[in-house]
Design a binder for this molecule. Sequence first.
Ligand code: ASP
Length: 346
Amino acid sequence: MYKRLLIVGFLIILALSLSAKPRIVILATGGTIAGSASGAAQASYQPGVLSIQQIIASVPDIEQLAELKGIQVCNISSQNMEERIWLELFKTIDNLFTHDLCDGVVITHGTDTMEETAYFLNLTVRHTKPIVITGAMRPATSLSADGPFNLYNAVALASSPEAQNRGVMVVMNDYILSADDVTKTNTVNPNAFSCPNYGPLGIMRDGLPIFFRESPFRHTASSEFNITNIVSLPKTEIIYSYAFASDVAINAIVDSGADGIVVAGVGHGNYNRAISKGLEKAFARGIMVVRSSRIAAGGVDQAAEEYDTRWPVSYNKNPQKARILLMLALTKSKDSKEIQRIFKEY
Ligand code: ASP
């Protein structure tokens, strides 16, 4: 009798643990996914209006995927993203995972700087549990709003055992995109994001991920960047290169006390004499310079003799991602060879 009760009890516990839904925390930061327009077909709207509870309530069947908890971190347009919010996101996620308070995290975010937040967390949150970022190109009040399905897919992905240890992922328009390569390539279309160097990690289909590939770079649990005790990050800026660029911007950056500069070069990371002179000044003052490119794909390497090999190159990190990697690299080293090693590995 006792033995039978024990077996039944064991079976009940087993059934409960099998049926228990994954615990997903949604950290909401604002953006168009929380946006509202006065008309259903209107192009202009106000981002960051709806609360995370209102957004969750607008997605049919989402509660069937997971035990959801929404936390409103902020409600901003992501062009106004701040270092303070990045550090808060990092600390919140690190805390949730360290104390096993959830199985995965979804972040709702404006699309303008989504790729930057994704890459920052990809380099700093040293855990294997899934982190998925999503947003919308159309406000919540729009005809065919894309936010609800994007959020459904993001929660489904974060709930999937297959999403473990893949680095931070962006889910938009059914695509699963890796934080190290994803970039916004269309300013208005719902199919606004792509991975120009490596292609998507996979797609979402019927609420399940189908993965095509893995990221070839170090991320999350294998990252060497420990920012647990950091209260502010090194100051890094981007200088844009174009036909007959003047020295106004580069001189202002050099004089501003920046710790590092990323060059968004033309072509394979080139810049003209005016910028070159400014970079010489930067070099003399011990400011780290990294050569990147304003071109979407292909990257920048040290191969050709036309270039100044004193500066590390960003390989295929675009300037906005190179800036983030540089700020984290500078928390560890000011040696250009070491910075180059970091750019190769991340
Ligand atoms: N400006 C908005 C933002 O990034 C655009 C969007 O969410 O799509 O917050």
